[in-house]
Design a protein around this ligand. Sequence first.
Ligand code: ADP
Ligand code: ZN
Length: 437
Amino acid sequence: MEIPFWDKSIETIDRSELEKLQLAGLKRQVENALKTTFYKNKLLKEGIIGGSSIKSLDDLRRLPFTTKSDLREAYPFGLMSVNKEDVVRIHASSGTTGTPTIIYQTQKDVSMAADTMARSLVAAGCTKNDICQNMMTYGLFTGGMCFHYGAERLGMTVIPTSSGNTIRQIKFMHDFGTTVTHATPSYLLHLHQAIEESEYDRNDFKWRLAVTGAEPHSEELRCKIQDKLGIEVYNCYGMSELNGPGVAFECIFRKGMHIWEDRYIIEIIDPVTLEPVPEGEVGELVVTILHRDAMPLLRYRTRDLTRIIPEPCACGRTHRRLARFTGRSDDMLIINGVNVFPSQIEEVLLKVNGVGANYLIVVEKQGDLDKLTVQTEVTPEMFTDDTRPLNALKERLKAEMSALITINPVIELKESGSMPVSEGKAKRVDDRRPKDF
Ligand code: ADP
Ligand code: ZN
């Protein structure tokens, strides 16, 4: 069997050579970090005064961790390590308003990210002959443009349909002979259903492969999608902080995602003790980015839980594989691919008059998509014969929440005192989606 490569020499590089590249990259990133207002003092305090302070990869552990709230603190320019004029693009994480976590890229950074994405797509067997429909949202979210640039770099024909408008998605897939799609797993199932119900016959499509990610999903779900849709489904991991999708990607063997270790140094830690876990055990993925000039990110705590698959892969790539992600070490919810923190919902509830003491966030599956319901008590005086104030409250909450989290919740208003009061720590989230990891 022919194994496809984008850059075989780097993808199959000897581990000792790879470590040399990593060390050089780390030194470069430390130099960059010292140019930022955010990292400068933190590093100097540890006695790190330049790239030369890093003598071996073990020195990584002398560097501070970076968290999402650090990124918010550094907003807007605290992590910029180049002149503003050299930045050509800014992206932000999905679903966040308030203080977003953003990234900046130089022309070279954009190009490197595209190259990484192209490498990932080739590993999955995509070629320049493919016609690729990108159904991820374009805009601040990296799933749109960053994927797009990588697919173009490979030479695929890219149709930037973005998310939604399923009828049009299907028409384009049919009319242009789309062979590859990029979408969340839940949207794939929805799309399948819509094709079944459409005027089109599945046999008239050329669809053969789906790249999917942005939310945790199980092996069972992958198999279900493959069987139902008659396509190959590849898992793709990424996040905007790390330049978007394509950080780790499955090769044609589909047994875990190769993480591109010439571009990212990874650690798997215990999220409580912050110590490394033994290789092969589940922990939180921590990533240091090596190939971005405009914005260094040292030991970034992704909060995503996974483990390293230590065995070598049959494809011959020496970059290690990450197992399917099993969840997060914080309370972030991923709803139809959009990141939502319960605190964002609470923020809205707390500032609107008429909202009572108790609330519950319910996430469930409706068909193949996720449904978000916010149940909240109202103050006693809201419950009268006149339903207009209640309706107005509902509309206001809906509008404020969808503005903040970019998805439309269902609002259920409850009489004051009608919701169960939990003893001890209040249960604010009821995630009823099947968990089959
Ligand atoms: P995106 O949703 O495009 O990956 P965001 O920065 O908005 O980018 O969200 C990143 C988060 O999405 C990750 O931290 C992780 O929790 C989740 N995620 C991304 N890809 C996967 C995947 N393949 N499996 C599980 N979770 C994923
Ligand atoms: Zn492989």
